[in-house]
Design a protein around this ligand. Structure first.
Ligand SMILES: C[S@@+](CC[C@H](N)C(=O)[O-])C[C@H]1O[C@@H](n2cnc3c(N)ncnc32)[C@H](O)[C@@H]1O
Length: 189
C-alpha cells in the first residue's frame, strides 16, 4: 500500500496478488532445470509460490525496482538472488548473473504492463523474448480484458499468445497470458 501511495503507476496494484492468481501463474512454468526470472516481484507472492512448487532457489533471479520492496524480498528469501533493478535492463542484468540469451525456461512477470510507458513495455518484452529458450514462456497477468502485450509488438517479435485462465477470486480478478517464441516467426529466422 505504501509503495502504491508513493508511485501508483509503477506499483500498479494496491495490494499483493492473491493465492489463486499465484497458483495459476506458477502452473504455467514449464518442466525444466533452466533459469527462471521473476520481474516486478513486489512482496514476493509469486516467489513464494514458485519455491512452494519445488523450484530450486538457485534457478531464480528476482527483479524488483522499488527499494523498500527489494529490501523485503531480500529478507524473505535470503536463499534467492534478488536484484534491485529496472526490468527494462533485464538482458544486461541476466548477462551479469551468467544467464545467456535463449536459456531461460520462464519469465514470471508481475509488472503492471498496462500502466507502464510504451517504450518500457517494448524494452521488457523484447528483452524477454531474447532470453527465452525454445520452450520458454513469458507468463504475465493483466486486470484488463485483452492480452497486455500490444499485438503489433508480439507480431514483430514472433510471440504467440495463449490465454491460460482467469483468477476470478483475485482482487481485482486477473487473467493470465502465456507467450512463447514462435521460432518460424521470430526475427532473424
Ligand atoms: C502489480 S505489482 C505486482 C507485485 C507482485 N508480483 C504481486 O503480484 O503481488 C508490480 C510490481 O512491479 C514493480 N515494478 C514496476 N516497474 C518495474 C520495473 N521497471 N522494473 C522492476 N520492477 C518494477 C513494482 O514496484 C511492483 O512491485
Amino acid at each position: 500500500m505504501r509503495a502504491w501511495l508513493s508511485d501508483p503507476l509503477r506499483t500498479a496494484a494496491m495490494s499483493p496478488s492473491g493465492p489463486q492468481l499465484a497458483r495459476l501463474m506458477v502452473a504455467q512454468v514449464p518442466q525444466g532445470s533452466g533459469p527462471i526470472i521473476e520481474l516486478g516481484a513486489g512482496t514476493g507472492v509469486f516467489t513464494e509460490a514458485l519455491l512452494a512448487a519445488g523450484v530450486m532457489p538457485e534457478r531464480l533471479l528476482v527483479v524488483e525496482l522499488n527499494r523498500s520492496l527489494h529490501g523485503i524480498l531480500r529478507q524473505r528469501f535470503p536463499q534467492v538472488r534478488v536484484e534491485c533493478a529496472d526490468a527494462c535492463c533485464v538482458l544486461d542484468l541476466a548477462a551479469r548473473c551468467g544467464i545467456a540469451p535463449g536459456s531461460v525456461d520462464a519469465i514470471v512477470s508481475g509488472l503492471g504492463l498496462l500502466s507502464m510507458p510504451r517504450l518500457a513495455v517494448t524494452q521488457v518484452i523484447e528483452a524477454s523474448s531474447r532470453l527465452l529458450g525454445a520452450r520458454g514462456r513469458l507468463i504475465q497477468f493483466t486486470y484488463g480484458p485483452l492480452s497486455p502485450v500490444p499485438r503489433v509488438l508480439a507480431a514483430r517479435l514472433g510471440l504467440r499468445a495463449r490465454r491460460a485462465g482467469l483468477a476470478w477470486r483475485n482482487m481485482p480478478p486477473a487473467t493470465v497470458y502465456v507467450y512463447s517464441v514462435d521460432v518460424a516467426r521470430a526475427p532473424g529466422v
